[in-house]
Design a protein around this ligand. Structure first.
Ligand code: GAP
Length: 507
């Protein structure tokens, strides 16, 4: 059942539990920036670690880097961001409110504006007589607004010292390409990956974690032989060939049809993707998102229409999630061809061709890029796992909870001495040590009513709670409460590590 006002409820619950809340909150906050409390950080870490495990540690041919966030102007000239990383802005002539033109039109006319140019947006605003939503004033001419944050490196503000906070981590993977390829002695195909902050001066940040000005990218630049774009090794293809996904190709969108459910092997047969590596990375990313715990009924794969594609992309697909505010991009998977390496070769006068010894040829690799943001994944996860349970009258709210799976949950086990006196906290601490030594993630809390403590751990999605009571002192048993079913059962303390080893899942 759909939860009403889900986004508002998530914002409120995350603030109440200190999970995620506005940055500089005591000064009223600042749009597009959020801070993470201990539970939020841990949840974010779990997602990062799960991504790192599946895409870097297990993949072997993907190499992780950590690069500078601030990079000089020439990088962004070469990449095309200085010229083209823009949104269209309109300003009210009366109250000077600045608005993103495509969002304004979408909100007022409820029409799709993806891929519309500046002049198309300006024409809609003029012909449909759209006014400022704040004061009904007249809107000025539409103009391009560059989304990068600009600053200067060093004490002088000269043009040659201009630098920009990166709007994507991707460019560093191209800048570092030669060094990583050589030092890791990598041959095609191989990837360079990065987890790190990116910055975009969004005109209208909104929808909680969805559109931020500071967020964290999970990106892979996967380098392939330009003539072997369909040669995915069997051991990788086997991982995804049977996965069935809802697909919305350009053709289906043009015919205004619903997505079609197809398996990886059918998608290859039907030539719906421009190459097999692009399909592989789309399916692999989709499958990972399912394992994070996203609602499978709210995921689909949509091909970019020709007018939507970024300047560098030969083909591009989005994995979309049906957020409480509509179907939106959660992750993009693009065929960037050799666009970026060519551009950096031109600007840096360096060479990026790889010598392939077996074939004795030099090739400039093409790139497939799966790119997502941790926060959009988090928002989709919060929306997928949020649940409300009511008393038998169906009206009184009994509890709210996040049904995180146990390898994503910020903590796996809560430990509650019933009261903070007599020997109960001491036993609680001993159990804490026992379980921490077995590498479980523990939250210890010995104050407040037990009912309230259960509500709290439900609201931060902890799968199990252990309660220590006076019987524990007599017979060395404790109660284990399971989050989703709320069932309670007694177990001997010595059996706890084995119990949780069996009932929890691990990354
Ligand atoms: N390197 C390619 C690239 O950055 P993108 O489609 O602009 O492509 C990729 O971004 C992903 O980054 C998106 O699918 C989304 O998950 C995340 N993302 C982009 N802009 C964001 C923003 N303003 N706030 C939060 N996440 C964002």
């Amino acid at each position: 059942m759909e939860v009403e006002n889900l986004n508002e409820k998530l914002v409120a619950l995350c603030a109440k539990r200190g999970i995620i809340f506005p940055s500089a909150e005591i000064y009223g906050g600042v749009a597009g920036f959020y801070d993470y409390g201990p539970v939020g950080v841990t949840l974010k870490n779990r997602i990062r670690e799960f991504w790192r495990t599946e895409f870097i540690i297990k993949m072997e041919i993907i190499h992780e880097i950590e690069s500078s966030i601030l990079l000089p102007k020439i990088v962004w000239e070469a990449s095309g961001h200085l010229e083209g990383f823009n949104d269209v802005l309109v300003e009210c002539k009366k109250c000077h409110l600045r608005l993103r033109a495509d969002h304004l039109i979408q909100d007022i006319l409820n029409i799709v504006t993806d891929g519309k140019t500046l002049s198309e947006l300006a024409e809609i605003i003029q012909t449909r007589e759209i006014k400022c939503p704040n004061c009904k004033g007249e809107l000025g001419a539409a103009q391009q607004f560059n989304l990068m944050f600009k600053t200067h490196i060093g004490p002088t503000e000269q043009s040659e010292n201009e630098a920009f906070l990166r709007p994507e981590t991707a460019q560093a993977m191209f800048l570092d390409f030669r060094r990583i390829q050589q030092t890791m002695r990598a041959s095609l195909p191989f990837g360079i990956a990065q987890i790190g902050r990116s910055y975009r001066n969004e005109i209208s940040p909104r929808n909680f974690l969805f559109r931020l000005r500071e967020f964290e990218h999970l990106e892979i630049e996967f380098f392939i032989h330009p003539e072997k774009k369909n040669e995915v090794p069997d051991e990788l293809w086997q991982q995804v060939h049977d996965l069935e996904v809802p697909v919305l190709s350009i053709a289906l969108q043009e015919q205004k049809k619903d997505p079609m459910k197809l398996k990886g092997k059918d998608l290859i047969k039907e030539h719906i993707f421009s190459c097999k590596w692009l399909l592989f990375w789309t399916l692999k990313s989709y499958e990972w998102l399912l394992r994070v715990g996203l609602d499978p009924h709210k995921l689909r794969i949509r091909q970019h229409m020709l007018n939507e594609r970024a300047h560098y992309a030969a083909d591009c697909w989005d994995i979309e999630f049906k957020y409480s505010f509509g179907w939106k991009e959660l992750q993009g998977i693009a065929d960037r061809t050799d666009y970026d390496l060519k551009k950096h070769a031109e600007f840096s006068k360096k060479k990026f061709e790889i010598h392939l010894t077996e074939e004795n040829v030099k090739v400039l690799p093409h790139v497939i890029e799966p790119s997502s943001g941790v926060e959009r994944i988090m928002q989709a996860l919060l929306e997928s796992t949020y649940s409300e349970e009511f008393e038998v009258d169906d009206k009184t709210l009994l509890r709210t909870l996040f049904k995180f799976n146990s390898y994503i949950a910020p903590f796996q086990i809560a430990i509650f001495p019933l009261v903070s006196k007599d020997e109960l906290p001491k036993v609680g601490r001993e159990i804490c040590d026992l379980l921490k030594n077995s590498k479980f993630l523990i939250l210890y809390d010995d104050s407040g009513s037990i009912g309230r403590r259960y509500r709290r751990v439900d609201e931060i999605g902890i799968p199990f709670a252990i309660t220590i009571d006076y019987d524990t002192l007599k017979d060395q048993t404790v109660t284990i409460r399971e989050r989703d079913s709320m069932t309670q059962e007694r177990f001997k303390i010595e059996t706890l590590p084995a119990f949780f080893q069996k009932h929890l899942q691990f990354i």
